[in-house]
Design a protein. Structure first.
Length: 142
C-alpha cells in the first residue's frame, strides 16, 4: 500500500488536492482516505467530498466518527486500510506524521516531497504527484 499525506494550515486547499489525488489514483487501484478531524464535533462536508471524488473508503479521525471503527492512532487507521485492501491512502491534515507529504502554503512539516500552493495546482501537477506516488518507494507503507 502506498500512502501520501497532504498537510497545510487551514484553508490552504488540502481537501481540494486530496480530491484531485483520489481521482487520479483511482485509475491505478483502490483508494482510501483518512482525514484528521481533531477538534471538529461533526464533519463539515469535506469527508463527503472524498467519497464523491471516488474514494473506496473514508475514515475520519477526531471527535466525530465517520467509520464505525475508531482507530486510536494513524498507524492503526493505516493498518485497517491495508486490511481492507486499499492500494493507496491519501491522508489529509496530519502535519506531524512521519509520512511523505505534499506541503501546502507555508506550513512547516517534516518529509515534504512536494511543496506547492493551491493556486499552482493543475492537472499536470496532480499527475506529477501521482507519478511520484506510483514510482517512488518513499510512499510504501509500512
Amino acid at each position: 500500500m502506498r500512502v501520501i499525506d497532504v498537510a497545510g494550515t487551514k484553508k490552504t486547499g488540502k481537501t481540494t488536492l486530496v480530491i484531485k489525488l483520489v481521482q487520479s489514483l483511482k485509475r491505478y487501484g483502490r483508494v482510501g482516505t483518512i482525514k484528521n478531524m481533531a477538534g471538529h464535533p461533526v464533519d463539515s462536508g469535506d469527508t463527503r467530498r472524498h467519497f464523491e471524488a471516488g474514494a473506496d473508503e473514508v475514515m475520519g479521525m477526531g471527535m466525530a466518527r465517520i467509520k464505525v471503527t475508531a482507530p486510536i492512532s494513524l498507524d492503526l487507521a493505516l493498518e485497517e486500510m491495508a486490511r481492507d485492501g486499499m492500494d493507496f491512502v491519501v491522508v489529509e491534515g496530519f502535519k506531524h506524521s512521519s509520512l511523505p507529504k505534499v506541503a501546502l502554503g507555508d506550513v512547516e512539516v517534516e518529509n515534504a516531497v512536494v511543496r506547492t500552493d493551491i493556486s499552482r495546482i493543475d492537472d499536470a501537477q496532480v499527475q506529477e504527484i501521482t507519478d511520484l506516488v506510483l514510482k517512488s518507494d518513499k510512499f510504501n507503507w509500512p
